[in-house]
Design a protein around this ligand. Structure first.
Ligand code: DAH
Length: 315
């Protein structure tokens, strides 16, 4: 029962001390005081516990547990990586293998084996970072063509994404470090029509079913014939007039392509009489500029989180 107060157990016992013999009253009073003193800390602890619980309940009543939490930062896939993934996925779907090359290559794989002999002027065009007389940071992904053909007999079908390096002054269209995606198919009876079909299919997979692709005659030492590949400007849809994205041409240049030169096939140990192949090298940043309608390539390396997250959420 309740202890404090007049009706409690302790007052009742205290009152009974009046009927004790006078000699026993002080002893009984002391015993009662001692037991009250022993009870006090127990009561205090219990009171505190009850008050705390009441406090928590009051707090819960004020807290909105349905309020959205602060989201944890999870990051997003970089737009260049996403382009590389999508291009690889397209080719893997068509039975191609994804292979990776080396970022440092000897001149042999970068130039000689690609039909660019030591004194050929095309070497200059690659504006390479040389490490010594024979090693360089690869200025294109094409060396992987020769490496793969030397390792594997025909037929081969590969796509090879990777970082490339050139001594380019940085501006809205150029970086000293960028990404290319190389493709190579070699088999009997491969012709230019296969190349056009695959690259048109790629652009439609990336940009939509109405996308158009244009092949302009061009020159590369490692292909014959060679072409420059353009796709409809995604901003003006080829309407061209005063478009800042394509400079008014209606087309965006993606890279080079062509039929693998017989000298390249022979150098890799392939029978150039029996086999033929197509190859291409596209700039991943070029594809990303077009797909995300970004007007300055430097934005991809600015580490601007808002920019990257906005593009990263796009499919
Ligand atoms: N390697 C060339 C460059 O970086 C691009 C290229 C053109 C690659 C034609 C190819 C090709 O495979 O067939 O400029």
């Amino acid at each position: 029962g309740p202890v404090p107060g007049r009706s409690g157990e302790v007052p009742r016992v205290r009152r009974t001390t009046g009927s004790l013999p006078p000699a026993e009253r002080p002893g009984a009073g002391k015993a009662i005081n001692a037991s009250v003193a022993a009870m006090e800390p127990v009561l205090d602890r219990r009171r505190t516990a009850l008050e705390e619980r009441a406090g928590e309940e009051a707090l819960k009543a004020r807290l909105d547990v349905t309020f959205p939490a602060t989201p944890a930062a999870t990051g997003s896939i970089h737009p260049i990586r996403r382009i590389v993934q999508d291009v690889c996925e397209y080719f893997e779907h068509h039975g191609f293998a994804v292979v990776l090359g080396n970022e440092i290559e000897p001149d042999y794989y970068t130039f000689d084996a690609l039909n660019i002999p030591p004194d050929h002027p095309a070497r200059e065009g690659f504006d390479s970072f040389w490490i010594d007389d024979h090693l360089l940071l690869r200025p294109h992904t094409s060396p992987i063509q020769v490496r793969t053909m030397k390792l594997h007999p025909a037929p081969i079908a590969i796509v090879a994404p990777g970082r490339c390096f050139r001594r380019d002054a940085v501006d809205a269209r150029h970086l000293f470090q960028f990404h290319q995606i190389e493709g190579l198919l070699v088999d009997e009876g491969v012709h230019f029509g296969h190349l056009k079909g695959m690259l048109t299919g790629l652009c439609r997979a990336l940009f939509g079913p109405a996308q158009r692709v244009r092949f302009r005659p061009s020159f590369f030492p490692f292909t014959e014939p060679s072409a420059e590949v353009d796709t409809t400007c995604p901003r003006c849809k080829g309407e061209a007039a005063a478009c800042g994205m394509c400079g008014g041409s209606g087309w965006i240049e993606l890279g080079g392509a062509g039929m693998v030169h017989p000298n390249v096939l022979r150098e890799a140990g392939y029978d150039s009489e029996k086999l033929s192949g197509w190859a291409f090298g596209f700039g991943a940043e070029r594809l990303a500029l077009a797909r995300y309608e970004v007007d300055d390539i430097r934005r991809f390396i600015d580490s601007d989180r808002d920019f990257l997250e906005q593009l990263g959420t796009l499919s």
